[in-house]
Design a binder for this molecule. Structure first.
Ligand code: HEC
Length: 208
């Protein structure tokens, strides 16, 4: 009986401790089990603890600061991630700037020249991309006879009439921003790929 009483007392004490330690309020999130798991040693880009003493109680750091202090002392305001220099413009891996012309600025776009050369490789890549993105409407040969085109209706025959003489910048812009019944593809196809498609359309479909 005595042992049972002993066990009950321990269980009760454990339960009481459990309930108390689950408490959390306001800024106090409660006690953490293995806090190193929640506080990264590496700098984190989006969270920052500026208080040098935070986690001092379990610190094993050589610089004597708290275990959880994770601000970068070398950056302004102790920031972990630096802000880009003012007026910085994002470029992608291939050095392309964001495309700024609006859908209605087709005339300006017509003056654009392709930044990539129409090598055999580029045209071969353009052929694959054309089949993926354009053939559904414009047809494999560009004659406006794709299956989806039948539903959309009014698809341009890239081999016919005035379309033959379209400048490359014009075609680029139409793919990027759309025109009339054709939707914009700029959000789906990166710029350099669009230029590859343009080369394929000009060189192979329109034989220009
Ligand atoms: C969902 C069907 C559809 C897809 C996909 C599509 N087009 Fe079109 N395209 C059209 C239609 C419809 C028109 C006629 C637009 C109009 O004048 O209303 C058109 C027109 C054009 C024109 C003529 C633009 C002008 O100035 O009149 C070009 C060039 C062109 N498309 C190229 C492409 C290329 C290249 C692709 C692949 C990246 C593509 N299209 C994908 C439906 C499509």
């Amino acid at each position: 009986m005595k042992i049972r009483h002993y066990i009950n007392t321990i269980a009760l004490a454990g339960l009481a401790f459990g309930i108390v330690s689950c408490g959390a309020s306001g800024d106090h999130p409660g006690y953490e089990y293995a806090p190193q798991m929640y506080n990264s040693v590496a700098y984190e880009p989006l969270t920052q603890i500026k208080n040098e003493d935070e986690g001092q109680w379990l610190s094993s750091r050589e610089d004597g600061k708290g275990e959880f202090f994770n601000s970068n002392p070398n950056n302004p305001h102790g920031m972990n991630m630096r802000e880009p220099v003012e007026n910085t413009v994002p470029r992608n891996n291939n050095g392309y700037l964001p495309y700024r012309l609006k859908a209605f600025e087709l005339e300006k776009a017509a003056e654009l020249k392709s930044p990539i050369e129409a090598t055999d490789e580029v045209i071969a890549a353009g052929r694959v991309l054309y089949q993926q993105y354009c053939a559904t409407c414009h047809g494999a040969g560009g004659e406006g006879d794709g299956k989806a085109g039948e539903v959309v209706g009014g698809v341009a025959n890239l081999k016919g009439g005035a379309y033959i003489d379209l400048p490359e910048g014009h075609i680029f812009h139409v793919i990027m921003k759309g025109k009339g019944r054709m939707g914009a593809h700029g959000s789906q196809i990166p710029q350099e790929r669009i230029w590859k498609i343009v080369h394929y359309v000009k060189q192979e479909i329109q034989k220009q």
